[in-house]
Structures are given as C-alpha cells and as structure tokens.
Design a protein around this ligand. Structure first.
Ligand SMILES: NC(=O)c1ccc[n+]([C@@H]2O[C@H](COP(=O)([O-])OP(=O)(O)OC[C@H]3O[C@@H](n4cnc5c(N)ncnc54)[C@H](OP(=O)(O)O)[C@@H]3O)[C@@H](O)[C@H]2O)c1
Length: 270
C-alpha cells in the first residue's frame, strides 16, 4: 500500500501524459467554408497549427487533395466535410452530424467571385453592364448572401454552445457603397458583398442577446492560386494576410459586433 501511495504521483503523471496523447490538443473548434484553396485553406492551416479542431468544408464531390494533405498533417484536428453553401440539404446534414458539438467560430469564407479567369473580360461578361447575366446573379446571391445566412440558422445551436460565439465573414472592399469603385465591373460580386454586409449587420443585432459577435473583414489584396498568372499589385501572401486577421480575431469582443474590419482590426469604410 505504501509503495502505491509513494508512487501515486508517478501514476497520475503517466495518466496525464496518456490523456495528452489521446485527447485533441484543444477543445476549440472553427468551421470554415470554402477551405480547400486560397484564403480559406490558409485559415485552416493556421487554426490547425494552433491546435484547434478545424471543420474544413468544401463543395467538391471528393475531398480535395489540399485538405487530404492537411488532414494527414493534423489527423486529430482537421476534419474535411462536404458542404456546398448553396445547398441547404448539405448544410442541414452537417449540422445534424455535428449535433451536440460546439463550434467556437464560424468562418464564412466561401464566395463566388467570377466564372472565368481574372483578366478574361469575355468570360466575365455576365458581370458587365450591357451583358449582365441575371441567372449568374441568382448564383452569386445564393452563394455569397444566402449561404452564410443558412449556415447561421442551421449552426445556431452549435455556435451558442461554444466559448467564443463568433461569426467571422470574409467580405470585401468590393462591397463598399460609401466610396465609388474605381471601375464599374464585377457587378454581381460587388452587389452581393454589399448585401452580405447588410445580412451580417442584421445577424449582429439578432444574436447580440446570445452574446454572439459578428464581424466582417476586407482581407486586403491576397495573392491566391485562383488568380492564375495574374499578379495583383501590392497583394499580400495568404500567410501574411491571414496571420493579421488571426491576431485581430484573437482580440475581438462583443463590443466589436457589427463592425466591418480591415485585416489589422481598423475600420473598413462601408
Ligand atoms: N483574394 C483576395 O484578394 C480577396 C480580396 C477581398 C475579398 N476576398 C474574399 O476572400 C474569400 C476567399 O477568396 P479567395 O481569394 O481565397 O478565393 P478562391 O481562392 O477562389 O476561393 C474561394 C473558395 O470558395 C469556395 N466556394 C465557392 N462557391 C462555393 C460553394 N457554393 N460552396 C462551398 N464553397 C464554395 C471555392 O471552392 P472551389 O475550389 O470548389 O471553387 C473556394 O474554396 C472570398 O469571400 C472573397 O470574396 C478575397
């Protein structure tokens, strides 16, 4: 008996060490939409590197290679899930699958930006005056506005059960209405980002009593794979831009709810 008591601290240390190996490093969870490339993928990488559980959602029929690789690197933390943000059944199915689990941060990143490469005017004519494609407008609205709203509705229980209770939405300066755009292009992208900001302001008011903080970011110009060969002048790397937003997210409180932010936490004009 004495020997057991004398060694009990060793037993407890052993049990603690085993628990560290088996339990996830952190109980904090982020759900990211459109996490298979660009800004969403970099958020997934940086949250996983911090030890967060990352529900890394995408819209592809198969798990994209980028997320397979990330899951291999962080098998206990990264959970790729299919969720097209325009498909209510897929949103409901994931919310149901995660029933009883809390989510600290919902990160609305997925967006429809354009259908053709950046500099392909013809391919993007559906977003230009004179050739506006109103079927395209529906797709933009469903992706950029309805998607984040459906997610807020369906994951509401998970969010209010979390510690952080934070909805972070990646918007864009393209949605600004107080300052005229330099050129009248990307009609549907610009219009739907303005509508998205309006939707998030409503959510900020709606969910204030539950202690949910809702913010929007203009991430800055970020050089992502989908730009192809086009180099955006002055653009940051995803590592830099997301690093700045992660720092800003760390400091957010309910007092920030409803704000439209630049990546460093200063105000972005509406
Ligand atoms: N990069 C910039 O300079 C910049 C500037 C301002 C704002 N933003 C904003 O930052 C966010 C990310 O943009 P990004 O530059 O990283 O673009 P991106 O590389 O084109 O990534 C967009 C992501 O959204 C996903 N997506 C599109 N429609 C979806 C749907 N219906 N369901 C689920 N996922 C969907 C895409 O999936 P697929 O791979 O399957 O297409 C992709 O993963 C967007 O909200 C964008 O408006 C970016």
């Amino acid at each position: 008996m004495n020997i057991i008591l004398k060694n009990s601290w060793k037993v407890m240390l052993f049990v603690w060490l085993v628990a560290q190996c088996w339990l996830p490093a952190s109980s904090e969870t982020v759900l990211i939409t459109g996490s298979n490339q660009g800004i969403g993928l970099e958020f997934a990488k940086q949250f996983a590197a911090r030890g967060w559980t990352v529900i890394a959602t995408h819209r592809r029929p198969e798990t994209p290679d980028t997320l397979v690789a990330l899951q291999q690197k962080y098998p206990d933390l990264v959970q790729p899930e299919r969720m097209d943000v325009t498909k209510k059944d897929e949103i409901v199915a994931l919310a149901e699958k995660m029933k009883g689990e809390s989510i600290d941060i919902i990160l609305n990143n997925a967006a429809l930006i354009r259908f053709a490469p950046l500099r392909d005017r013809e391919g993007n004519a559906g977003q230009l005056f004179g050739t506006l494609d109103y079927d395209h407008m529906d797709q933009f609205m469903h992706t950029n506005v309805a998607g984040p709203l459906m997610i807020a509705e369906e994951f509401y229980d998970h969010l209010v059960a979390g510690e952080r209770k934070l909805i972070v939405t990646i918007s864009s300066a393209a949605g600004m209405v107080s300052i005229a755009p330099r050129s009248a292009d990307h009609y549907w992208y610009r219009i739907t980002k303005a509508a998205l900001n309006s939707a998030m302001r409503l959510l900020a008011v709606e969910l204030a009593d539950e202690g949910v903080t809702v913010v929007m970011f203009h991430p800055g110009g970020v050089q992502v794979e989908s730009f192809g060969d086009t180099v955006l002048p002055g653009a940051m790397t995803p590592e830099e831009a997301i690093g700045k937003m992660m720092k800003t997210i760390d400091g957010l409180t309910i007092k920030d709810s409803g704000r439209f932010l630049q990546n460093d936490g200063t105000d972005q004009p509406w």
